[in-house]
Write a protein of this length. Structure first.
Length: 273
């Protein structure tokens, strides 16, 4: 498979800057495999990112890419999709970039149901930008801005985007790589706002500070604490406590924003004749 996706990477930009053990490369590979297996035309595919560890990924991808300002990836992506609805537009974001400074843009992009494919790399921390806690850092965990433990409850970002109007929502981890690829493939087929949370690992800024062990140990934690949706149906609340669901979490059909916009233009053009 690596040979199949090699042409989708800017090999002259390698090696990447991510820390040893970081899960971001796994997410990027799953995304490229999903794009390749979906048969998308690289010439009609755009990847937009904000700022942060995850947002460095487009620098290694051989598409038209836009590395934007912190938290604003969705606004740039919305503009691209409105200007060129025929393009396949992906947004690569992180738990800080996408849910803190970019949180308001996230909920309104969901509400509009604009046809964007969002892959959120969730490593529970602001990694390369200082090690601060993010809206997805679990309560009680340590960060540079919570040296005695984070007091705030974390969002369930998948529940949040579903409630805001996303028509496709999925979650997987960097341990469950085939599922992650398949969820991104499914999201590509959805004509509307699609969101896939990729639960990743940050052994340096998060794992080391919270004594979670080495990168392989953090991967085993993902294996042992993620529960597939079908399996969860047979488990009690006690069994599910402190664990999280993975799989396809939500799917529905709703009018897509750029299609509605084209209809509006056509209506006014017809009225002007």
């Amino acid at each position: 498979m690596l040979k199949d996706i090699e042409h989708l990477m800017r090999r002259n930009r390698l090696p990447h800057i991510w820390c040893p053990g970081c899960g971001n490369g796994i997410v990027m590979k799953a995304m490229l495999e999903a794009i390749f297996e979906s048969g998308l035309d690289p010439e009609k595919t755009v990847v937009v990112s904000g700022i942060g560890c995850s947002s460095r990924a487009p620098g290694y991808l051989n598409f038209d890419t836009v590395h934007t300002t912190h938290g604003r990836a969705l606004t740039f992506a919305t503009g691209i999709k409105l200007a060129k609805p025929e393009l396949n537009v992906f947004v690569v974001t992180g738990d800080g970039d996408g849910t803190a400074i970019g949180g308001n843009h996230m909920i309104h992009a969901c509400r509009r149901n604009i046809d964007l494919n969002v892959v959120l790399f969730n490593n529970n921390i602001y990694g390369m930008t200082g090690g601060q806690y993010s809206p997805l850092t679990p309560q009680g965990k340590l960060a540079t801005t919570s040296p005695y433990g984070n007091l705030e409850r974390a969002f369930d970002i998948c529940d949040l985007v579903k409630g805001a109007g996303a028509t496709y929502v999925g979650r997987s981890t960097v341990f469950h790589t085939k599922m992650l690829k398949d969820l991104i493939k499914n999201s590509i087929q959805n004509k509307g706002f699609s969101f896939v949370e990729a639960v990743s690992i940050c052994p340096i800024s998060y794992g080391r500070r919270n004594k979670m062990g080495t990168a392989p140990q953090m991967m085993k934690w993902l294996r042992d604490n993620a529960v597939m949706v079908k399996a969860a149906e047979k488990m009690s609340p006690e069994q599910l406590k402190d664990r999280f669901l993975i799989g396809e979490l939500h799917k529905e059909e709703a009018p897509e924003y750029t299609a509605l916009y084209d209809q509006l233009i056509a209506r006014f053009q017809k009225g002007a004749e």
